[in-house]
Write a new protein. Sequence first.
Length: 175
Amino acid sequence: MAEPQSHAVSHPRQDELILIGLTILAIIGIALTDFDRYYGLRYWLVMVPVFAGASIYAGWSRARAEGENPAKILRVQAFHWLASALAVYLVYLLQITGRMNKEAAGLVTLLTVALGTFLAGVHFSWRFCVLGAVLFLTVVAAAFLETFFWVFLIPALIAGVAMVLLKRKKAVELK
């Protein structure tokens, strides 16, 4: 019985490390999208499978730890992320055919990734909701506050990481 308990303790830590890694990748993508929408769009096309892989891993780990059927989680997540990837690719097609400019395509792609990430959190792991919300706020900030974007983003990210760490510390203290 001690083994499942130790796995349950390490699972949130793995999720936090995944979330931190995805947040770093998201910051890179946000910066790239802010400076060059074309390369930002391509970056997010590559990042969708990375975010999908992280989400699938977290969902699969949780399913195993809770005794659920991992095959069901994998199937649902595969459809979820394939739909997200298709939406990002369609934005890319709109951009290369001239139906959407690069600036709009970059923001719409970021919005699509934010939605996919947030919904992954709703269905699979609440931590992805946090990242999706940060990405949503980034789209809003980029749309309205482009000049002051980085001034607001960095403190918001620091506050988010601090909240996760404080919550984790409280959980450890309660045990």
